[in-house]
Design a protein around this ligand. Structure first.
Ligand code: AMP
Length: 391
């Protein structure tokens, strides 16, 4: 079932519901508003980044079943910008014929890291070796078989590396397990990667698949700091990554945009690290550097519009503005005026009222075919500072 086909009526615009009003919800709402849709957002925070763009904000938790049903009464179609959306409520809606995309069935596979990796492995998609952890003895056995280091990962509610614990030797095993005590965990072989890359790939309801140019991602403290586009990889690695992404989309069956994060190891094997069933930080560059943004592509995909292959209009470097790792509270960002003096700079400030350690507060995209990504990163980091608010 699709909506909004063949005609556009000003008096009856598409009513889009988004679970989550963070920066991804904000940028999605921005594109939806450009195309004259009505946007209703569900978020626990009345001052969330998307709050001043939404036509209506429903205050409530992403996991609150009742609030998801409230959202469905306001809109024609629901999507989400966050994996924490209540998959059971969304699934009930889908089963009753309501439009929810990507499918909540896909969401519930992805929500749990073990289920996600198991699904990929069963579909012959290359992932690092892993096992579910059932006891300390079994984890010991895994480590003695695979060697150190390994990563212990909390299967749910973990993002931006916050649910990962690096185990370097046998005497760190029980400390790692205590760290996640009570949570379901999996163990994963450590990948000595040359590069981390990602692809934004979309599929519409009719099954057309389209992908964006590959981004090369640099993480600091397990958080994405910089993306360089196009990724500095060989044609052969690019081909392998695109094949894996297409295989993943074909097996997942969901529609919408997906961010697929991958490792390129020392032998140039490409392995999937993680899938996000939504727009992704590493795809923000598409707003300025491509013929279509990841957010418009997502909206097109879930409304079953044509999905064209995005054209890269310019090389780009995207740099996240992150909160300092030793401060929580009101903040200010300095250096913006100097930044505006750099040609090709676009600045995005999300409007979060408080910073927290490593919180994503905004990002900068520099579009230019002549920038040196590493030099640019250094310049931006020297100029831009997030600090405690003086007022
Ligand atoms: P995740 O939250 O699992 O996506 O992990 C966050 C970051 O941790 C990744 O972007 C990598 O830098 C690192 N990481 C995750 N899994 C592995 C792995 N198996 N081997 C090496 N590094 C990893």
């Amino acid at each position: 079932m699709t909506i909004y086909k063949d005609k556009f009526s000003i008096s009856k615009p598409v009513r889009l519901g988004i679970v989550g009003g963070g920066q991804l919800g904000k940028m999605m709402a921005f594109e939806a508003k450009r195309m004259f849709m009505k946007v209703t957002i569900l978020d626990p925070n009345k001052d969330c980044p998307a709050s001043n763009l939404a036509d209506k904000l429903i205050i409530g938790d992403f996991s609150d079943e009742q609030k998801i049903y409230d959202l469905s009464r306001e809109v024609d179609i629901i999507t989400y910008e966050i994996e924490l959306a209540n998959a059971t409520a969304l699934n009930n809606l889908e089963e009753s014929g309501f439009l929810v995309h990507p499918s909540p069935k896909t969401l519930s596979i992805i929500q749990n890291k073990y289920r996600q990796k198991k699904f990929l492995r069963e579909n012959r998609i290359t992932v690092p070796d892993f096992e579910l952890v059932s006891s300390e003895e079994q984890l010991m056995q895994y480590c003695s078989k695979s060697g150190f280091p390994v990563l212990l990962k909390a299967c749910e509610d973990s993002y931006d590396g916050r649910g990962n614990y690096l185990i370097r030797s046998e005497n760190e095993i029980s400390k790692a397990l205590t760290h996640f005590s009570g949570r379901q965990c999996m163990v994963e072989k450590f990948v000595y990667f040359k590069k981390e890359i990602s692809i934004m790939i979309a599929r519409n309801l009719s099954g057309t698949i389209s992908y964006f140019p590959i981004a090369e991602n640099i993480h600091e403290d397990h958080i994405l700091k910089t993306s360089i586009i196009p990724a500095r990889i060989s044609k052969e690695t690019e081909r392998k990554a695109i094949n894996l992404a297409i295989m993943t989309m074909k097996s997942l069956k969901g529609s919408g945009i997906f961010g697929i994060e991958m490792f390129v190891d020392e032998e140039d094997n490409v392995l999937i690290n993680e899938i996000a069933p939504r727009p992704h930080n590493s795809g923000h560059y598409s707003i300025e550097a491509c013929s279509i943004s990841q957010f418009e592509q997502h909206i097109r995909a879930i409304l079953d519009y044509p999905l064209l292959q995005p054209i890269l209009l310019s090389n780009a470097v995207m740099i996240n503005i992150l909160g300092p790792n030793n401060y929580t509270g009101p903040y200010e960002i300095t250096g913006i005026d100097e930044l505006f003096a750099i040609p090709g700079v676009k600045i995005h400030i999300y409007g979060k009222l408080e910073t927290k350690p490593n919180r994503k507060l905004g990002h900068i995209t520099i579009v230019s075919n002549s920038v040196d990504p590493i030099l640019t990163k250094g310049n931006v980091e020297d100029l831009l500072k997030v600090q405690e608010s003086s007022s």
